[in-house]
Write a protein that binds this ligand. Structure first.
Ligand SMILES: Nc1ncnc2c1ncn2[C@@H]1O[C@H](COP(=O)(O)OP(=O)(O)OP(=O)(O)O)[C@@H](O)[C@H]1O
Ligand SMILES: [Mg+2]
Length: 308
C-alpha cells in the first residue's frame, strides 16, 4: 500500500457517517472537511487529494466485497489501486476521464470502443469475476484512451449471475446495443451467437410469462373440488390396497439395500481371502526357493570337499 498515512485517514473516516437504505442512495453526515465526490446505494466517495479518494460503505460486508473484488484486479490497469483499507472504507486511486453514459451522449460507439469493452469483459473473466457485466456509467474512458471501471463490489460473491453481459447491453440502450452487437458479431461470431441464444431464451421466457399471467385466473374453488378424484382414502378397500402397496414398496427397497450391503461385505470377505491365499502361496514359493538354494550351496560345498 502507498505511503499515505492510513491512520490519519482512519481518523477522517470516523468523522463521516454513512447509512444504507433499501433501494435508495446512502445518507451521509460528513464532519471530516473532505469533499464528497459521489454516492450510491452502497457508499459515498470522498476526495483525499488529486490522486486518492476514500469510499465509505454503509455496510461492512459491502466494504469487504468490493475490497476483495478490487484485490482480484490489483495487477490490471482496469481498476483503481487500493491504498488503505479500514473496517468500513477503502482508499483507492481517483478515477478521471468521462464515464460512458456521458461520453455516448455526444459520441458514437465506434468499433474501437466496442473492442475495448470486449477486452474489459475478458479481463473480468481472467481475474475471476463471477459477473462479467457492468453498467456503462461505471466505465470511464481515460484521457489516454484506456478504460477504467469503478464500483466492482457486485462482481463477486453472487448467487445470481448472467451468462452474458446483460447489464452492459441494457445500459447501452436499444440503438447502441445493436451497434455493439454488430461489432461483436464481426469480431467474435461465436460469442455473438452465444449471446443471441441467451437473449432469445430470455425473450421466450418473457413471452411465456406474459402468456401465463394473462390466462384468466384459475378458479381455485372448482379446482379444489376436482381434486377429490386424486383422493385415495375415501374407499376403504382401495385405501388399504394402496397402503399395502406403499409398505411393500418400502420393504422391497429396504431389502434391496440390505442385500446390496451383504453382497458388498461378501465381496470384501472374498477379496480378503484371495489376498490371504495369494500371500500364503507367495510365502510357500519363497520357502521352496530358499530350500533349493540351500541344497545347491550344500552340494557345492560337498563337491569342493571331495576335490580337496
Ligand atoms: N475511484 C473513484 N474515483 C473518482 N470518483 C469515484 C470513484 N469511485 C466512485 N466515484 C464516484 O462516486 C460515485 C459513487 O460511487 P460508487 O458507484 O462506487 O457507489 P455505490 O454506492 O457502490 O454505487 P451503486 O449504488 O451503483 O452500487 C460514482 O458514481 C463516482 O461518481
Ligand atoms: Mg456499488
Amino acid at each position: 500500500m502507498a505511503s499515505i498515512k492510513c491512520k490519519e485517514i482512519k481518523k477522517k473516516a470516523r468523522q463521516i457517517s454513512v447509512i444504507k437504505f433499501e433501494d435508495m442512495d446512502v445518507e451521509v453526515e460528513n464532519k471530516s472537511g473532505l469533499e464528497m465526490i459521489g454516492k450510491g446505494r452502497q457508499g459515498a466517495v470522498f476526495k483525499i487529494n488529486d490522486q486518492l479518494c476514500m469510499k465509505i460503505y454503509g455496510e461492512i460486508e459491502d466494504c469487504e466485497r468490493e475490497y476483495y473484488a478490487l484485490s482480484l484486479g490489483k495487477n490490471t490497469p482496469l481498476l483503481p489501486k487500493v491504498h488503505c483499507k479500514g473496517e468500513n472504507f477503502v482508499v483507492m486511486d481517483m478515477v478521471y476521464g468521462v464515464d460512458l453514459r456521458e461520453y455516448l451522449q455526444v459520441n458514437p460507439l465506434t468499433k474501437e470502443l466496442s473492442y475495448k469493452l470486449i477486452e474489459m469483459l475478458l479481463v473480468f473473466k481472467e481475474i475471476g469475476y463471477e459477473r462479467i457485466d457492468h453498467h456503462k456509467r461505471q466505465i470511464y474512458l481515460q484521457h489516454d484512451g484506456s478504460l477504467k471501471v469503478i464500483d466492482v463490489g457486485r462482481t463477486v460473491w453472487r448467487n445470481r449471475t448472467y451468462p452474458y453481459p446483460r447489464k452492459l447491453l441494457m445500459s447501452l440502450g436499444e440503438d447502441y446495443k445493436a451497434v455493439f452487437l454488430s461489432h461483436v458479431k464481426e469480431a467474435a461470431p461465436e460469442l455473438y451467437n452465444e449471446w443471441e441464444h441467451y437473449m432469445q431464451m430470455e425473450e421466450i421466457s418473457r413471452q411465456l410469462f406474459d402468456k401465463i399471467s394473462s390466462e384468466k385466473s384459475i378458479d381455485s374453488k372448482s379446482l379444489g373440488e376436482k381434486t377429490t378424484n386424486l383422493l385415495t382414502t375415501n374407499d376403504t378397500a382401495k385405501h388399504y390396497a394402496q397402503l399395502e402397496n406403499l409398505v411393500r414398496k418400502v420393504v422391497k427397497e429396504e431389502k434391496n439395500r440390505e442385500l446390496e450391503k451383504q453382497n458388498e461385505m461378501e465381496d470384501q470377505k472374498k477379496k480378503a481371502k484371495q489376498n490371504e491365499m495369494k500371500a500364503q502361496m507367495k510365502k510357500a514359493k519363497k520357502e521352496e526357493k530358499n530350500r533349493e538354494s540351500e541344497k545347491k550351496n550344500e552340494m557345492k560345498a560337498q563337491k569342493k570337499k571331495a576335490k580337496k
